[in-house]
Design a protein around this ligand. Sequence first.
Ligand code: TGC
Ligand code: FAD
Length: 393
Amino acid sequence: DDRFQAPDYFNLDELLTEEHKLIRDTVRAWIKKDVSPIIEDYAQRAEFPKQIIPGLAEVGGFGPYIPEEYGGPGLDQISYGLIMQELERCDSGVRSTSSVQSSLVMYPIWKYGNEEQRMKYLPKLATGEFMGCFGLTEPDHGSNPSGMVTNFKDMGDHYLLNGAKMWITNAPIADVAVVWAKNEEGRIHGLIVERGMEGFTTPETHDKWSLRASITGELVFDNVKVPKENLLPNKSGLGAPLGCLDSARYGIAWGAIGAAMDCYDSALRYTKERIQFGVPIASFQLTQKKLAEMITEITKAQLLTWRLGVLRNEGKATSAQISMAKRNNVDMALKVAREARQMHGGMGITGEYPIMRHMANLESVVTYEGTHDIHLLITGMDVTGISAFKNDG
Ligand code: TGC
Ligand code: FAD
């Protein structure tokens, strides 16, 4: 049987509703039919498969939890997580497209925008007619976004935006960008910048060895006139972009499990079939240790993340809990991918198997949305009450 067998060692399916399972299985079937057959080729050629956009919209990949009145499917947080899991089981870049559109573009417009902005952008973002991107990171300010230098001045009837953002997922194909910039008092605000505004360019970032099927670029603002109605009015300060990151990081915690599942499934299948020294390599204790540890770690991550989803549905999840899950699950997935890579021997470095692609993708996932060490420091700060981000040295 060459069908993917989703690991469910602790019968987690029993914790899901019929609707959750239906949503997950719908995404799984679409991925299998339309995306898995092409993804390796696109990744090898470092090209984003644009043709998947309508399908992504149809399976609820754009703003899963955005209410129906704004064109979203209005799903709960577990459904959102399961969608991310299935997308990243295919490729972290596919999940990235969905994460950015949903949590980094639709979420801030929904939460921090006014009614006109919601009605203008959300329905089109939900169908994929508009693609969005999120500009927080700058060349000199990655882990420390509060130091950003991108800024806007009040010119009376418009704002004048200057600066640059770097490492922006979907920038080169985006119709709209949610951009974080400081006003003249140094306060961070979100602005909706649209393609076509004079002085706004989105050069593509080339030569990535990771997330090759996802498109990345810069956002450059050279005296861009932004209409005043494009400022997100309902929240400002660093907490505004960080609130979006909470939602995206939660999705990544689920997504990483998907990538790990795919690596585990492939490793289990391969080691049962591959014969060396006259026996399947799965019969060696060293192989079994790897498989046993993989399924243990995947199961722990599933339980942690399911619980986090329940807390989010109840509005009780803290940012620090989300950081712990993002950090744990991505690290877990990266370790599973590295082990699986070795278990496939030489075949593990080829595109015949998804392993090397997952492994390379996860190097971005462990860095973006807060690095592995930044999330550790968030946990450290949460338990001690002391911030270790800055030192006086
Ligand atoms: P700090 O003083 O701790 O906080 C400033 C204000 O923000 C509030 N806050 C939060 N609010 C909501 N959610 C959170 N998670 C929050 N964390 C903090 C905080 O209460 C405070 O509010 P107020 O009202 O008192 O001003 O800020 P800090 O400058 O010390 O920085 C904290 C730190 C280091 C944790 C933060 O800067 C951080 O998370 N850095 C990592 C940067 C990051 O994650 N960048 C991601 C860029 S986007 C991206 O990577 C997209 S990839 C997507 C894809 O392709 O899938
Ligand atoms: P730095 O902040 O320079 O960090 C370098 C190293 O120093 C890391 O190991 C870090 O952990 C460590 N470090 C930094 N500060 C501390 C500290 N206080 N204590 C201990 N160690 C520390 N950003 C967006 O805004 N939008 C996007 O759509 C987006 N998409 C991305 C897509 C890809 C493929 C990639 C690779 C990145 C993307 N990013 C995006 C940017 C991403 O969020 C940043 O790369 C990330 O936040 C880290 O910033 P940096 O690369 O500048 O690394």
